[in-house]
Ligand binder design. Structure first.
Ligand code: HEC
Ligand code: HEC
Ligand code: HEC
Ligand code: HEC
Ligand code: HEC
Length: 412
């Protein structure tokens, strides 16, 4: 019951999803009130478009927005937000949506939060019993687009976005005869709290070893980035670009760390002790490196012979990550690096007879957890109807590791 258990945990954890009405989730004040209303999920059906809207303005599809907002559409299409209903999520929710729609809806609340993206609707039946009915507004094209423009920017067909560049003081409705009746300028779009609903569990959510499963916003809050005026957007949406690069992107990950290698002695003869130290510092990541328990980073030292091949039995490594069991019931270790701190890996071994160099590598496995999780689903025949999708998700996850850093050190 692996998959079911995960769903259950997430149900408990993602309290924000439907029960957040009335709870203060963000700091008090206008921003908090706006976000509480804005991120009530599923987002209420948009309803009929206002009479003056053209067909293009009435459409919620990202490609419709892209007709005018070319740059945002192009950027978004390369981001993981546009793939939030990829095979892994689709495959897992395929069966769920029939057998346990409430559980599937928890997943959709972050991965496809518009009502129009959800095939079933929740209604209180005549006898007061909860009831699931087919959603007449469901648009499967929109569902596949994952986290769409409209999920972040459209409510009841009104556009809401950040204040214009250069005029942060102009907030509220801006009409000026613009398409889609103009927009509402809302400062919350520039704040980390805007991202919080999906990247931070509620305090009473699922925790292991006293630490929430998703704690990114809190990690950021505890760092000195807020005092430096650096929000999630500063790093993940620089110049308001809609790229949201993260650990899957080598350049983004490089920008978050500083890696240095020191060696005890310049020349090491065979049989003598070879000592090297790798320091990996979290110098530019606004939260733990990495923040989630799904990726892992491996620092590897190994001796290399003249032909460039690794010498047997000379490999030593250290893992940076938060390793948990596949059913999320137990934390095995947590070696993630908080902002401003660093990890030290020390390589110590006698130099082999045929070794000419020491190779230090840092390898990132962005989907380490998911690779094992999907594999287990397939092996235990738990994927049901979603089998082909889960197979695809497993292949994607298996293909995502990359080398972040590599250095060769001559031994003599
Ligand atoms: C027919 C062209 C057109 C279409 C289609 C369109 N927009 Fe716009 N949108 C505009 C224009 C023009 C503005 C005004 C920009 C300005 O003057 O600052 C605007 C403003 C906005 C803003 C406010 C930008 C800010 O500075 O905060 C947002 C957000 C927005 N649109 C989102 C969307 C979304 C989401 C869609 C699709 C569901 C969409 N738009 C479809 C033309 C369009
Ligand atoms: C995950 C939520 C999210 C999604 C999805 C999203 N946006 Fe945005 N968008 C934002 C945020 C946040 C900002 C403001 C960033 C800032 O202030 O640094 C923004 C800013 C904008 C702006 C103002 C840009 C400017 O340069 O002033 C426009 C226009 C816009 N988005 C349109 C779109 C369109 C079109 C899509 C889909 C192709 C889209 N957004 C998808 C969150 C989102
Ligand atoms: C609170 C928001 C939230 C909820 C609820 C949620 N997810 Fe996610 N999910 C995320 C975020 C953020 C990521 C990206 C970070 C990561 O990889 O852990 C993600 C990543 C994933 C991935 C890996 C990326 C991919 O597209 O293959 C899968 C699979 C996934 N979620 C499935 C689910 C399922 C199934 C549920 C319901 C049981 C669910 N999620 C509920 C926020 C959420
Ligand atoms: C409605 C929920 C939602 C909101 C709001 C949201 N995200 Fe996400 N985000 C997700 C999900 C779900 C994923 C995982 C997509 C996948 O791979 O399936 C994700 C993925 C990401 C990733 C990619 C992580 C990786 O593994 O490389 C980054 C970075 C990110 N989000 C940053 C942000 C920032 C910054 C904001 C605020 C401006 C934000 N998100 C707002 C749901 C959300
Ligand atoms: C100072 C820059 C900076 C700030 C601020 C920042 N991030 Fe990141 N973020 C990074 C870098 C660099 C990475 C890639 C390395 C990594 O994964 O830790 C990253 C990775 C991520 C990932 C990928 C998943 C993972 O396990 O690491 C997500 C999701 C994410 N950030 C969300 C957020 C959210 C949400 C906020 C605001 C609460 C935020 N980030 C603030 C720099 C930043």
């Amino acid at each position: 019951m692996l998959n079911r258990f995960l769903l259950f945990l997430l149900l408990m954890a993602a309290a924000f999803v439907s029960a957040n009405a009335g709870r203060e989730t963000v700091s008090d004040g206008a921003t908090g009130r706006f976000l509480q209303q804005h991120w009530r999920t599923p987002v209420a059906p948009q309803g009929e478009a206002p009479p003056g809207y053209s067909e293009l303005e009435s459409s919620l599809l990202p490609e419709a927005c892209g007709e005018c907002h070319v740059q945002q559409y192009r950027d978004w299409g390369t981001s993981l937000h546009s793939r939030a209903m990829g095979p892994g999520v689709l495959g897992q929710t395929l069966v769920k949506r029939k057998s346990d729609p409430a559980a599937a809806r928890v997943c959709w609340s972050c991965h496809a939060p518009l009502s129009e993206q959800q095939p079933v609707l929740f209604r209180a039946g005549a006898d007061g019993e909860p009831q699931w009915v087919a959603n007449p507004d469901f648009d499967p094209r929109l569902q596949r687009h994952g986290l769409t423009c409209a999920a972040c920017h459209v409510r009841k067909h009104r556009r809401i976005g950040p204040p214009r560049r250069g005029s942060p003081e102009v907030i509220g409705t801006i009409d000026e005869g613009l398409p889609h009746g103009g927009f509402i300028a809302e400062p919350a779009y520039g704040k980390s709290a805007f991202c919080k609903g999906c990247h931070q569990f509620e305090p009473e959510g699922h925790a292991l070893n006293g630490k929430l499963i998703q704690n990114t916003y809190q990690e950021w809050l505890d760092s000195d980035y807020p005092a430096r005026g650096m929000e999630c957007q500063s790093c993940h949406m620089p110049d308001r670009r809609h790229l949201w690069r993260g650990i899957h992107d080598p350049d983004m990950t490089r920008s978050g760390v500083t890696i240095t290698v020191g060696i005890a002695k310049k020349r090491v003869l065979p049989g003598h002790r070879l000592e090297a130290v790798v320091k990996l510092a979290n110098t530019g990541t606004g939260h733990y490196f990495p923040t989630y328990l799904t990726p892992r980073v491996v620092i590897i030292g190994e001796q290399i012979d003249e032909r460039g091949s690794p010498v047997a039995n000379t490999r030593q490594q250290m893992i940076i990550g938060r390793e948990v069991t596949l059913n999320l019931s137990r934390e095995i270790f947590d070696t993630r690096i908080p902002p401003g701190q660093s990890a030290l890996f020390s390589y110590q071994l006698a130099a082999a007879e045929n070794a000419t160099r020491l190779r230090i590598r840092v390898v990132v496995e962005p989907d380490y957890f998911y690779e094992r999780f999907f594999r287990a689903m397939l092996d235990r025949k738990r994927a049901g109807e979603g089998r082909e999708l889960i197979q695809q998700a497993w292949e994607n996850a298996r293909g995502s590791p990359y080398t972040l850093f590599e250095k060769m050190i001559r031994l003599r």
